[in-house]
Write a protein that binds this ligand. Structure first.
Ligand code: CO
Length: 217
C-alpha cells in the first residue's frame, strides 16, 4: 500500500465519520476529555482505540516497546502528567500483549544493540522470576508468563511515581490497571492488578503476582 492510498483511506474515513455525525470533528476541536490513558506496546498489532472500541477523543495514548514505565523516561512521564493533572483521566490501562517481541528480546538476552538498554529492566525481572519462568512447559509459555509479570511490574512502578502518589494525596480519583492482550484471539484480559490508592500499592501488586504464579501451578 503506497502513501497515496493512505491519504485516500483518510479522506474516506473522514467522510464516513462526518456522514454519521456531522459535528464530530467540530466538537473535538474545542476539547478532549478522555476518561482513559492507555500505556501500551508500540507493536502494530495492538492499536489502542480499535481494541477497546473507542473513538478519537476517548483515550489518551502512550506507546513504547514492551509498554514500560521508567522514572527517567520524560516522554512517558510527561504523558502521564498531562493525562492526570490536566485531562483528569480516571483510569490508566497498562496493557501488555502475549508474544511481545520486546519482552522476548529481554528474555533470551540476545545482543540487539541500543534496545538492550531500553529492555534492561525486563531482563532483570526475568532473572528475578527465573524459577517460575523455567517451570513453563514451552518457550512460548515462558514468554507469555514474562509478558504478564512485566505488566504487573509496570503497574507498581507507575503507582510508585510521584505523579500518581501526589494525585492520590490530593484526593483525586484514579485507578491504574494491568491488562494483557492476546494476539491470537483479539481478547483483552484484566490481570487483577488494579491499584486505586497509596495503601493498595504493595498488597495489590503482591496479590496479582501470587494469582499469576498460582494460575500456573
Ligand atoms: Co510488544
Amino acid at each position: 500500500m503506497g502513501l497515496e492510498e493512505l491519504f485516500e483511506n483518510n479522506r474516506k474515513w473522514a467522510d464516513n465519520v462526518r456522514a454519521e455525525d456531522p459535528h464530530f470533528f467540530e466538537s473535538l476541536v474545542h476539547q478532549q476529555a478522555p476518561r482513559y490513558l492507555w500505556i501500551g506496546c508500540s507493536d502494530s498489532r495492538v492499536p489502542a482505540n480499535e481494541i477497546i472500541g473507542l473513538k478519537p477523543g476517548e483515550v489518551f495514548v502512550h506507546r513504547n516497546v514492551a509498554n514500560l514505565v521508567m522514572h527517567t523516561d520524560f516522554n512517558c512521564l510527561s504523558v502521564v502528567q498531562y493525562a492526570v493533572e490536566v485531562l483528569h483521566v480516571e483510569d490508566i490501562l497498562i496493557t501488555g500483549h502475549y508474544g511481545c517481541g520486546g519482552v522476548q528480546a529481554a528474555l533470551v538476552q540476545r545482543d540487539m544493540g541500543l534496545i538492550d538498554n531500553w529492555l534492561h529492566s525486563v531482563s532483570v525481572l526475568a532473572k528475578k522470576h527465573r524459577a517460575f519462568l523455567e517451570a513453563a512447559p514451552s518457550v512460548t509459555d515462558q514468554l507469555d508468563r514474562l509478558c504478564e509479570l512485566n505488566v504487573i511490574e509496570q503497574v507498581r512502578i507507575l503507582c510508585e511515581n510521584a505523579l500518581i502518589r501526589h494525585a492520590w494525596l490530593r484526593g483525586q480519583r484514579l485507578s491504574v490497571h494491568g491488562c494483557i492482550y492476546g494476539l491470537r484471539d483479539g481478547r483483552l484480559h484484566d490481570l487483577g492488578a488494579t491499584i486505586s490508592s497509596l495503601d493498595e500499592i504493595e498488597p495489590h501488586s503482591e496479590r496479582a503476582l501470587h494469582a499469576l504464579i498460582e494460575r500456573f501451578e
